[in-house]
Design a protein around this ligand. Structure first.
Ligand SMILES: [Zn+2]
Length: 496
């Protein structure tokens, strides 16, 4: 297995310290709903973790929650709630998103505020060794005492110095020094420490937690490319100075960032799409196929077309999984092993999920052919499900929702051409749209009885109607047959 290590700047053979791979991935700062950038990062590290398990490693995965931070304090003040309340609300929202995306929960998911005594211990150790100094109630890390500072981001301290402006009148010895402990400001949550009341800085949190839960040297440290500098660079400086052991992390894996058009998706640009918004429109499988369809270190460009294509791909796989071949399974069995080999080779090459997915689609196509030829594809189906599972795909049936804007009686949205069992929604959808229009007319004429009749009869066929202020939403629990819909239309005296 080869992985690209940001530290060396090249692909390396993956050799963990033992049978258990220790893995730390930087977690969220819960001050708002998580967005597609988070989805990308956590889907990728979820797949890496699943794949390592498939390759017979135990994996111990730790991810933090930064529940105290400037952004949390600001947002809590704006909303007039406590930082704790705010952090709990958005942590719960985040956990729900991860569940929806089928991301396995970490083995340990510590909150920053739960490990404050441990952080104080590490900071004190750094002060004792001369790597940190207190000033004005805060504690700073002395960057110039670390000769190899910059080794992860591949830049020298001198080049970083010249690129930044000096702070005037600051309490730091050098403007490259970063904060480990922040002196309390009035009205902010604070904890007791040897340097007075205050709170920890962000970087020390990850160093302390990985040390506490995974030991002095970890196998994999992951995160987005935007964390390489300064966050991960500072984590290395803190951890290696404190323990005296190098390296702090053996493999540094960084995912590319999600872009909207040519811009990075970020809070400050105001172009975020939250995970919840995306999941209202697309299935979790489609989001995963979208993310995993490109190399994880490259930027990922979000477009509606790309997501729609991913949804169609997910639908093709679901269709193959739900097609029932028991009874007609005969003849020679389809051999899926060449596809497994392709999948494994792709994943062994720095988690080339795009190639791995391509192997799955090819396998799905072969299963379709085998079904048509009346050959046995049961085992191949199981392989497809297993390998899809390594990418976190559920490939189960999915409710299909179409929304008809009834306020204007125009039909503007179309559901993707979804097949459940033998039936396609696209045919049924035409009838259902017409029935929704008819129902709106009935309601305008105050013919409530007929409006209810239409709704009840559709419900019996597995199509649930739900009215909102402007729309009627139709959810297909199953897709009614053409005959059943034709006879319903006839019964109601509606011409197609
Ligand atoms: Zn971190």
């Amino acid at each position: 297995m080869k992985v690209f290590n940001t530290l060396s700047g090249k692909k390396e053979e993956f050799k963990p310290q033992g049978d258990t791979v220790t893995m730390y991935v930087c977690g969220v700062t819960p001050y708002d709903d998580a967005h597609l950038g988070h989805a990308m990062s956590y889907i990728i590290f979820d797949v890496i973790r699943r794949y390592l398990k498939y390759r017979k490693y135990n994996v111990r995965y730790v991810q933090n929650v930064t529940d105290i931070d400037d952004k949390i304090i600001d947002r809590a003040n704006q909303r007039g709630v406590s930082t704790r309340e705010l952090a709990e609300k958005f942590t719960a929202s985040y956990v729900e998103d991860m569940k929806s995306l089928n991301i396995e929960p970490p083995d340990e998911n510590p909150y920053a505020t739960d490990v404050i005594p441990d952080m104080i211990e590490v900071i004190q150790g750094l002060v004792d060794k001369g790597y940190a100094y207190p000033a004005g109630g805060s504690v700073y890390f002395r960057v110039r005492n670390v000769p190899d500072y910059g080794k992860l981001s591949h830049r020298s301290l001198d080049s970083m110095r010249s690129g930044t402006t000096c702070e005037i009148g600051g309490e730091k010895e050098d403007h490259m020094d970063f904060v480990l402990w922040k002196a309390a400001k009035p009205g902010e949550p604070s904890w007791d420490s040897p340097w007075g009341k205050g709170r920890p800085g962000w970087h020390i949190e990850c160093s302390t937690m990985s040390l506490k839960y995974l030991g002095q040297t970890i196998d994999i440290h992951g995160g987005g490319q935007d964390l390489v500098f300064p966050h991960h660079e500072n984590e290395i400086a803190q951890s290696e100075s404190f323990t005296g052991k190098k390296p702090f992390a053996r493999y540094w894996l960084h995912n590319g960032l999600v872009q909207l058009g040519s811009e990075k998706m970020s809070k400050s640009l105001g172009n975020l799409i939250t995970i919840k918004e995306a999941l209202e429109r697309y299935s979790a499988d489609a989001l995963r196929i979208f993310v995993l369809g490109s190399y994880y270190r490259s930027p990922l460009t979000y477009t509606e077309e790309a997501l729609e294509a991913a949804e169609r791909g997910a639908e093709r796989l679901r269709h193959v999984m739900s097609a029932n071949d028991t009874g007609k399974a005969s003849g020679e069995a389809l051999n899926a092993e060449p596809y497994r080999t392709r999948f494994v080779e792709a994943m062994d090459d720095d988690f080339n999920t795009a190639q791995a997915i391509a192997a799955l689609f090819d396998l799905a196509r072969e299963i379709n052919r085998a079904d048509e030829a009346g050959h046995n594809a049961q085992q191949a189906r199981e392989t497809l499900k297993e390998l899809g599972g390594l990418l976190g795909l559920r490939l189960g049936r999915r409710d299909v929702v179409i929304t008809v804007p009834t306020a204007h009686l125009t039909v503007t949205t179309y559901a993707p051409d979804v097949v459940i069992g033998e039936q396609s929604t696209s045919e049924a959808e035409v009838c259902v749209r017409q029935l929704i229009d008819e129902r709106v007319n009935c309601r305008k004429k105050k013919n409530w009885q007929r409006a209810d009749e239409i709704r009840n009869k559709l419900a019996k066929l597995g199509v649930m109607l739900e009215d909102t202020k402007t729309d009627t939403k139709a959810t297909f629990k199953s897709v009614p047959s053409k005959e059943a819909l034709d006879s319903l239309m006839q019964e109601l005296g509606i011409d197609l």
